[in-house]
Design a protein around this ligand. Structure first.
Ligand code: NAD
Length: 439
C-alpha cells in the first residue's frame, strides 16, 4: 500500500522503516530537514537497537523515501499515519497539540480523494473527533477522506520488535472500509495471529492513555511500598516477589526504584488528568496526581539517600552517575530521572561525572553543567559515591572488585535495584538500594 508516516522521531522513523520492510511503499515526512537528510542516507537520528539494519534494507528495496513536503505526502499516500510529538505544554499539565494540528492543516488541502488519515500520536480524548471536523472543513465535499485512530504501544529499546510483532493492534474506525484499509496495512501481523481490537475513535484514543496510566500506577504503587519499607524496616524486594507470584498481580512493573520518566508516561498521565478535568471528570483519575507525586518523590529519596551516604553534604564530594537515558537501550533523555537527579546533585554542590553508553550527547544538550565521559572507569575514579540510575546491561557486567580500587570510598547506591548486591558487597562496597532501610 502507499503509506506516509508524518513525524519521523522515535515512533515514526521505526514505523516508516518497518512498514517499508514489510513491502509497503512508504514516504516518511518531517519538518526537521536535517533528520530527513540523515534518514534518507541510512543514518538513524537516535539509538534504537535493530533499526539501522531495517532502515538499510528498506532504503535498498526502494520501498522507503523521505521528504519534508506535506504536498508530496498528500500525493503519495492512500493511508497517512500522523506520528508527530504531543509533549507537555509549557506551564500546563495538558498536551501541546500544535504539531498534530499543523500536520492536519498542512496535509488536508493535498489529500487524494478516498484517503485515510490515521492518528498514531498519543492524544487527549476528543482529538480524533476534532480532526474529523477540521478535515471536513479543509477538503471538498464528497472527497471521501476518513479519519481513524491506531494508538502505538512500542517500547523504546524494543521498538522494531514491537512494531513488527505487536502484542495487539487497536484501531478506532468509523467505517468497514477504514477497517479493511488498516487490515491491509497490518496483513503480516494479522496473519501471524496478532489480536485485533476494533473500537470507535474515542475508545481507541482512551486505550493508549489508560494503558500508560495503568503502567505508571503499578510502578508508583511499588515505589510507595518502598517508601513504607524504608521507614518501617521492611524489604520491598521480598514484598514484590511475594506479590508477583499472585497471577492476578504479576511481577512485571513491580520493581521499586527511581521511577518512570521519558517522553511518554509522565506527560501522558498529566495530559490524561488535565483532559479529565476539562471534561468535568477529574475525580475519576485523581489518583494519577498521586501516582505522579510518588514518582517524583523517588528522585528526592535518591538525593536524600545519596546525601546520607556521603556524610550529609555534597560539598567537595565527587559523585559518579551511571546512566543518563530515561531507560536502558535508548538514548532518549526526555524527563530522564537519572538526569533529574544529576541536576539536583550539581545544584547541591556535588562534583558530578556522568557515564552513559549512548545518551551522553543528548544529555549534554540539556545539562551542560555536568562532566561527561564515555569511559565508565573514568566516571568512577575518585568518587565518594556511585549512583546507578539507568539499568544498562553494561553496568551489570562491571567488575566491582576492579572498580572499588578506583574510588575514594567504595559506596554504591543502586537506585534501579538491578545490580548483584552480594557481588558488590563481597568486593568491599557499601551498597544501599531503595526500599530497604539505609545501611
Ligand atoms: P519525537 O519528538 O521523537 O518525534 C516527533 C517528530 O515529529 C519529530 O521528528 C518532529 O520534527 C516531527 N514533527 C513535528 N512537527 C511536525 C510537522 N508539522 N510535520 C512533520 N513532522 C513534524 O516523538 P516520539 O517519541 O516519536 O513521539 C511521537 C508521538 O508518539 C507522541 O505522541 C508520543 O506520545 C507517541 N508515542 C511515542 C512512543 C515512544 O516510545 N517514543 C510510543 C508510543 C507512542
Amino acid at each position: 500500500m502507499q503509506l506516509t508516516v508524518i513525524g519521523t522521531g522515535y515512533l515514526g522513523a521505526v514505523h516508516a522503516a518497518c512498514m517499508a520492510d514489510l513491502g509497503h511503499d512508504v514516504l516518511g515526512v518531517d519538518v526537521d530537514a536535517a533528520k530527513i537528510e540523515k534518514l534518507a542516507a541510512g543514518q538513524t537520528p537516535f539509538f534504537e537497537p535493530g533499526l539501522p539494519a531495517v532502515l538499510a534494507r528498506a532504503l535498498a528495496s526502494g520501498n522507503l523515501r523521505f521528504s519534508t513536503s506535506l504536498e508530496e505526502a498528500g500525493a503519495h499516500g492512500e493511508v497517512h499515519f500522523i506520528c508527530v510529538g504531543t509533549p507537555q505544554q509549557a506551564g500546563s499539565q495538558a498536551a501541546d497539540m500544535q504539531f498534530v494540528d499543523a500536520v492536519v492543516d498542512g496535509l488536508a488541502p493535498h489529500l487524494r480523494p478516498g484517503s485515510l488519515v490515521v492518528g498514531k500520536s498519543t492524544v487527549p480524548v476528543g482529538t480524533a473527533a476534532r480532526i474529523v471536523s477540521r478535515i471536513a472543513e479543509l477538503t471538498p465535499p464528497g472527497s471521501g477522506v476518513e479519519v481513524a485512530w491506531n494508538p502505538e504501544f512500542l517500547r523504546e529499546g524494543f521498538a522494531v520488535h514491537d512494531t513488527m510483532t505487536p502484542d495487539r493492534l487497536v484501531v478506532g474506525v468509523q467505517s468497514e472500509w477504514a477497517e479493511r484499509q488498516l487490515r491491509a496495512v497490518y496483513a503480516a501481523a494479522l496473519e501471524a495471529g496478532t489480536p485485533w481490537v476494533k473500537a470507535d475513535l474515542t475508545t481507541a484514543e482512551l486505550v493508549k492513555v489508560s494503558a500508560n496510566a495503568f503502567l505508571a500506577t503499578k510502578i508508583s504503587f511499588i515505589n510507595a511500598m518502598a517508601e513504607i519499607c524504608e521507614e518501617i524496616g521492611g524489604d520491598v524486594h521480598t514484598l514484590a516477589e511475594a506479590l508477583g507470584h499472585d497471577a492476578r498481580i504479576g511481577r512485571r512493573f513491580l520493581s521499586a526504584g527511581l521511577g518512570f520518566g521519558g517522553g511518554c508516561l509522565p506527560k501522558d498521565i498529566r495530559a490524561f488528568s488535565a483532559r479529565a478535568k476539562e471534561l468535568g471528570l477529574g475525580q475519576s483519575v485523581a489518583f494519577l496526581d498521586a501516582v505522579d507525586e510518588i514518582n517524583l518523590r523517588c528522585r528526592d529519596r535518591v538525593m536524600s539517600a545519596a546525601r546520607d551516604l556521603v556524610g550529609g553534604t555534597f560539598t567537595d564530594r565527587r559523585v559518579a552517575v551511571l546512566g543518563a537515558a530515561f531507560k536502558p537501550n535508548s538514548d532518549d533523555v526526555r524527563d530522564s530521572p537519572a538526569l533529574h537527579v544529576a541536576r539536583a546533585l550539581i545544584e547541591a554542590g556535588a562534583d558530578v561525572r556522568i557515564h552513559d553508553p549512548e545518551a551522553t550527547e543528548n544529555a549534554r544538550s540539556i545539562l551542560s553543567a555536568a562532566d561527561y565521559t564515555t569511559d565508565v572507569l573514568k566516571a568512577v575514579e575518585g568518587s565518594d559515591v556511585v549512583l546507578h540510575l539507568t539499568e544498562w546491561q553494561d553496568y551489570r557486567d562491571l567488575d566491582p572488585t576492579a572498580l572499588a580500587g578506583l574510588t575514594r570510598t567504595p559506596r554504591l547506591l543502586d537506585a534501579r535495584n538491578a545490580l548483584d548486591v552480594h557481588r558488590w558487597r563481597s568486593a568491599g562496597w557499601a551498597v544501599h538500594t531503595l526500599g530497604r532501610p539505609l545501611v
